[in-house]
Ligand binder design. Structure first.
Ligand code: ADP
Ligand code: MG
Length: 685
């Protein structure tokens, strides 16, 4: 077997000085960011807001782009408006006020050829730092106030270096600071970064790739490094997929569907669509096998997957065995429970909800002694320590992490038939590759009674009209959602902002209506209460954070307002929008954006795409096109976010290679799984 992989022209070896203290690779994975010199409590907190909690998180913080390469020229040669670098020493410094709180610091810089005033805006503290005689390197261009400084270095070029990384940063942690930290992290820990790939692969090491992704000597080097890191991600994924496929595993075949399923069809208030029926017959075929089912049920939001999933669960119940439905979050588990429990009740099937709260003991017992026929809970709860009397069918919902870990866990102990559900619109061929060996059923069309949701893009200045529209729906007896802005803050802050917004709306636009509030900080019982009320029509409007993104199913809700919609990712908006349009009524989604002039091109394109189409697959394509920039907010739920370095389209070849390698290794021997798991925590985590 040859293990040469094309596409790497070699990453330059970076020489990092020896670190001070020894750190074992396992430690590196959990090493808090505050272990870095210069990171105190306050900076650590600001970094956390960027999603950086550990040194590993920092090293995996991918540069959004790189500075271009520019010429360093003599001051006397400055001309035109290209960006350039100059170097010289400070002669003197002046600070002026420009009106308001705006200031300008101007330092006269001299080199052998001449001198020029270099200007910084709104950084008055610089005046003290730039003492006469300080040697500076500056990057910028000629402007109104002499040389407009874009970045500068005291001493050796870092910020002004060609291809210096520019990070998705926040005002609290500028790119310059991240660069500094990145250097320190690489210097101190670079050589301890574990490498998941076998040494004989002739690829640059992972440590070198991380060095090069942050401080490349050229864009080509940065791209090579990215591909190496992408390969790690894909390899890890594929290895676990390959490893979790247990050829020996057997399951109990289930005999053909009987009267319980006939009754199920008759209690449903609608007939199943052709696509649902097809998915069901594919599931039936799987369940008749001795090999455990591993099927992916794919369908856009609102296409009717849950009904099919419940069918599979009831197939287990009919044989006096058990079914489990696993959701990624408690809220989602509760939603599912609210949807399927009433149907189960009509059929005389005992369905329980297992949450983390204290009273779970009784429920656990029911699951263990078989009284509970269907259990609904989160992935974590069910897979960790719950004992089933006789689990025959498991449904795993919305696994943004591609489901691999759970597949592993499930396949080991229990060997139930497994149905994975996803609304992430991955083109079918791609899904097949990513999910490894799963069979795929697709619900390609929503139920026929659906009218496509009408989406409108409304500027902030017309938001009162949007609320006027919303009230028309409420007055007609319909219900509505208002989604609060996504703020780049903690869940707690988000919850507080949502509370304030709900209170504000209740005083203003929604005065006189029954307004409920749903966010991630509510206790499970409170959350359940709110959802139950909304479902029962005891609330008119649900003001919510993105916790309603998936699973919430209230067909009477026909209009949604998304505030500051430009802050959300495309996939996320698509998921949110899927909360309406679930019944026969015409539904609307009003995307309120901030001033169009303030929006990035990417944000503009996203909103335009949403207005244009409701087709999840089309949107996925657009998302892939737009991906890269503007993804700071809203990636987490997008379904693609587990792959930080991978560009799914451009890296198809890597995916194939990673898959092949993973299979070869699985066939060879086991230790690579450990390596992959290690990489999983440093790589595709
Ligand atoms: P998904 O899980 O794919 O987002 P759901 O299964 O929650 O979609 O279904 C969305 C809505 O459509 C639910 O209110 C459900 O009751 C309804 N529904 C499902 N199948 C049909 C059908 N065949 N005809 C009419 N309505 C349906
Ligand atoms: Mg659903």
């Amino acid at each position: 077997m040859t293990r040469m992989h094309a596409g790497f022209t070699g990453v330059v070896q970076h020489e990092w000085p020896r670190p001070r203290g020894f750190v074992a690779p396992e430690q590196l994975e959990t090493l808090g960011i505050d272990a870095l010199p210069g990171v105190g409590a306050s900076l650590a907190k600001r970094l956390r807001a960027l999603g950086i909690e550990t040194v590993r998180d920092l090293l995996l913080h991918r540069p959004r782009r790189y500075e271009q390469s520019v010429d360093e020229i003599a001051i006397s040669q400055l001309w035109g408006d290209d960006e350039v670098a100059i170097a010289g020493e400070v002669v003197d410094v002046k600070t002026r006020r420009l009106g308001g709180r705006r200031t300008i610091v101007t330092a006269r810089i001299r080199d052998g050829s001449g001198q020029i005033g270099a200007s910084w805006f709104n950084q008055p503290w610089l005046a003290e730092k730039l003492t006469p005689g300080t040697h500076l390197r500056l990057r910028g261009k000629l402007g109104r106030y002499g040389f407009d400084v874009k970045s500068y270095d005291v001493g050796a070029p870092k910020a002004t270096a060609d291809f210096a990384p520019v990070y998705p940063a926040s005002e609290q942690v500028p790119s310059t600071k991240l660069r500094e930290l990145m250097r320190t992290a690489l210097e101190q820990y670079g050589r301890f970064i574990p490498d998941p790939l076998p040494a004989d692969l002739a690829l640059p090491t992972r440590a070198d790739a991380l060095g090069a992704i942050h401080f490349p000597a050229s864009l080509a080097e940065a791209e090579d490094a990215r591909r190496r890191l992408a390969f790690d991600e894909l390899f890890t994924l594929q290895l676990i997929v390959a490893g979790s496929r247990d050829d020996e595993a057997t399951a109990e075949p289930l005999p053909a569907a009987g009267s319980l399923l006939d009754r199920y069809r008759s209690v449903l208030p609608f007939t199943l669509t052709e696509h649902q029926e097809r998915a069901i017959s594919e599931i039936d075929l799987d369940l008749a096998q001795r090999v455990p089912m591993q099927r992916l049920l794919q369908g856009d939001v609102g296409s009717g997957k849950t009904v099919v999933a419940l069918y599979a669960l009831l197939r287990a119940v009919e044989q006096s065995r058990q079914g489990a439905l696993m959701a990624p979050t408690e809220t989602l588990a509760e939603q599912h429970f609210l949807t399927i429990e009433p149907l189960c009740a009509q059929l005389g099937v005992r369905c329980v909800l297992l949450t983390g709260s204290a009273r779970a003991k009784k429920i656990r017992d029911e699951i263990a002694n078989g009284v509970a026929q269907i259990a609904v809970g989160t992935h974590a709860l069910i897979q960790r320590d719950i004992e089933f009397a006789d689990l025959a069918v498991a449904v795993v919902d919305e696994q943004h992490r591609f489901g691999v870990e759970q597949r592993h866990a499930l396949a080991e102990g229990r060997e139930p038939h497994v149905l994975h559900m996803t609304a992430t619109p991955i083109p079918r061929t791609l899904a097949l590759t990513i999910y490894g060996d799963l069979a795929v059923s697709e619900i390609a069309k929503p139920p026929a009674n659906r009218k496509p949701i009408i989406t409108a893009w409304v500027g902030a200045e017309r938001s009162s009209e949007a609320y006027g529209r919303l009230r028309v729906h409420l007055d007609a007896g319909r219900q509505a959602y208002v989604v609060c802005p996504l703020i780049e803050q903690s869940e707690t802050r988000l919850a507080r902002a949502a509370e304030e917004e709900a209170a504000r709306l209740h005083r203003a636009e929604l005065a006189g209506y029954r307004v409920g509030l749903l966010h991630g900080r509510l206790k499970p019982a409170e959350r359940r209460e709110v959802m139950t009320q909304f479902k029962a029509g005891e609330l008119d409007v649900l003001v919510a954070t993105t916790v309603i993104e998936v699973g919430v199913d209230v067909p009477n809700a026909t209009i949604m307002i998304v505030q500051e919609a430009d802050r959300f990712g495309l996939a996320q908006l698509h998921q949110l929008r899927g909360r309406v349009g679930r019944g026969a009524e015409q539904s609307y989604c009003l995307l309120i954006s901030r001033d169009k002039l303030e929006l990035t091109d990417v944000a503009l394109s996203r909103l335009a795409a949403l207005v244009e189409t409701t087709d999840g697959f089309e949107l996925a394509e657009v998302d892939l096109e737009l991906r890269g920039e503007g993804q700071l907010l809203g990636t987490r739920q997008s379904g693609w976010s587990d792959l930080r370095f991978t560009k799914l389209r451009a890296d198809r070849d890597l995916l194939e290679q990673a898959r092949q390698l993973a299979r070869d290794l699985r066939d060879e021997d086991g230790p690579w799984l450990d390596a992959a798991e290690r990489a999983g925590t440093l790589g595709a985590a």
